[in-house]
Design a protein around this ligand. Sequence first.
Ligand code: BG6
Length: 277
Amino acid sequence: IRVREFPNGFEYIEIQNSSAKAKIALQGAHIFEYQRVGEEAILWLSEISDFEQGRAIRGGVPVCWPWFGFNEDKNLPQHGFARTSMWEFVGANEVNESKTTLLFRLTNSEQTLKIWNYKFLLELQITISKELKMELKTTNLDDKAFKISQALHTYFSVSHISEVTISGLDKKPYLDALSWQKEVQGGNIYFEEEVDRVYQEIDEKIVLRDKNREINIKNKNSSSAVIWNPWIEKTLRMSAMKEDAYKYFVCIESANAFDDARVIEPKQSHTLIVQIF
Ligand code: BG6
């Protein structure tokens, strides 16, 4: 485990054990590389991502918190402030030679209280092993309840978007974020155009199939998932993405969004968990 930095001073943790290697930025507690030994990278990272303070990394797993998507106040940042905040690296635990856990922490500051007036503790535990596990725990340290929506916004690297099939969401209702209509999924998901959907009532694992590879995504304390690919035109409008970037990733986001947003009472916690294997 080493703390490293880019030439501009942007810091990240580099970790390698006998099963995988990973890189996690202190800004956002943002994992931007995870690769099992002898296998291809699981996470997609834009070749032209910014590693700059105050700008979210394009790729990996942005932590969207304490709101997912737009805030009603349009002056506030999309997907909340956690992904652009500096987190504290609490420490690492080498459970055994093939399994390491890392803990990151974010608490309210003068700045966060200005845009979101609640006291909180947010902890992200990342387990690097044959599987990648992320546990995002929100604790309400305030004396009033608050409501959060959130997502572990995973960008999966794929050989080509036209090879991708997603299963596990058959018959699930979803909100189509392109039309704001409620729809119901029929069968597997394929990609032939822009897709931006919030699936609800999820209770089983989601499977991403791509040519010769299968990736399983199992969520806990979450019944919503976002499936997103910007396709051609939106990619051109996106920051830090090359014009053909959409061909090489798909986002499957483990969420508590829309109907699945959570109210957390004072002194109570909620932990959103994803296991990727
Ligand atoms: C997804 C949303 O979760 O995030 C998309 O569903 C959005 O609509 C995407 O474009 C990326 O957002 P951002 O803020 O990282 O550019």
